[in-house]
Ligand binder design. Structure first.
Ligand code: HEM
Length: 331
């Protein structure tokens, strides 16, 4: 409470409450008004470029939402995912979860280019990704929230962090939950954030195992609806077609709604990591049902969990930097 009052006072005086950042626990100090004076158009710039990109290609909303997730789970939300390989940096773009899969980098570049013209050296790439994730959600019909801002950009990447921290679609429920807990997120966040799979695509290679040989006995996954499975097999053969694309939510693939959860109730989750939320744990099963029956509750929790995810170990104060080009660290 005292902290809150100090921050409000500092803001009222037009001062940055950054001096308090080291005192806070569970991440640095972020707040939605961070750029109100230094770059009042920051949010509008992100919104406009994202809107244009999504109008051109609806899937881009999903890709931008996922980018923020894959950034935050590796050394925190610090734009490490955007760095290309160079010098001592090995790009996270090469990791298993990202290779041939993570996309949207050109849209971030475009936002950054406009941003640097409007207010040079001011808005971080990490904040741009957090805003783009929110705007992508809103543009596709999902909830909105105020994005806490003030993240700074990392001066390094972690390929191993990207490989190890981001859950894989064939991980067990327990492994996935553990990976979330290591980031300070819980089962409620896991289920709500998985609801992101209400938009976007996955490649055949990400779920093939379920169609042909789920547990090494040459049988398909028995928690996958059999007619849905045979439909998927048509374009996801036993071998080949690795990069063929499928909607994560076949009912409303470009609409952010709760049909992802309804699909799980009907054994029509695409990824193993989706369906296990309904089949492997009582508590998550109840959450899936809750969100399937009540979209409003899903939206409320999704917004909360996105803010929580966006708070994972940000660089604040004088740590990190404001990159000029999101793909490389400043000279
Ligand atoms: C719970 C563990 C999760 C696993 C195992 C997982 C796994 C995956 C996989 C395998 C894909 C398809 C990638 C491909 O085949 O190219 C995917 C796509 C996607 N994921 Fe997740 N994901 C998880 C959680 C999340 C979270 C927390 C978010 C966002 C907050 C998210 C957002 C997305 C989106 C939007 C797509 C579609 C991207 C596109 O179309 O470009 N996922 N995910």
């Amino acid at each position: 409470m005292v902290h809150y009052i100090i921050v409000i006072t500092l803001l009222a005086l037009g001062l940055s409450p950054h001096c308090l950042s080291s005192k806070t626990v569970g991440g640095g100090y972020l707040y939605p008004q961070f750029y109100d004076h230094s770059c009042p158009k920051a949010q509008e710039i992100v919104r406009n470029v994202v809107a244009k990109a999504v109008a051109k290609e609806p899937r881009m909303a999903a890709s931008l939402l996922r980018l923020h997730f894959h950034d935050c789970f590796v050394k925190g939300c610090d734009a490490s995912i955007l760095l290309d390989s160079s010098g001592s940096i090995i790009s996270e773009k090469r990791s298993n979860p990202n290779r041939n899969s993570a996309r949207g980098f050109e849209v971030i570049d475009e936002i950054k280019a406009v941003m640097e013209k409007e207010c040079p050296h001011t808005v971080s790439c990490a904040d741009i990704m957090a805003l783009a994730a929110r705007d992508s959600t809103v543009l596709t019909g999902g909830p909105s929230w105020e994005v806490p801002l003030g993240r700074r950009d990392a001066r390094g990447a972690s390929l191993s962090g990207s490989n190890n921290n981001i859950p894989a679609p064939n991980n067990t429920f327990q492994t996935i939950l553990t990976k979330f807990k290591l980031q300070g997120l819980g089962i409620v966040d896991l289920v709500a954030l998985s609801g992101s799979h209400t938009i976007g695509n996955a490649r055949c290679t990400s779920f093939r195992q379920r169609l042909y040989n789920q547990s090494g006995n040459g049988q398909p996954d028995n928690t996958l609806d059999q007619s849905y499975a045979s439909q998927l097999r048509r374009n996801c053969p036993r071998s080949g077609g690795d990069q063929n694309l499928f909607f994560l939510d076949f009912v409303s693939p470009i609409k952010f709604d709760n049909s992802y959860f309804k699909n799980l109730l009907a054994n029509k989750g695409l990824l193993n990591s989706d369906q296990v939320l309904f089949t492997k744990n009582g508590e998550s099963r109840e959450l899936v049902k809750t969100y399937a029956y009540n979209q409003e509750l899903f939206f409320l929790q999704f917004a909360k969990s996105m803010i929580k995810m966006g708070n994972i170990s940000p660089l604040t104060g004088s740590r990190g930097e404001i990159r000029q080009n999101c793909r490389k660290i400043n000279a």
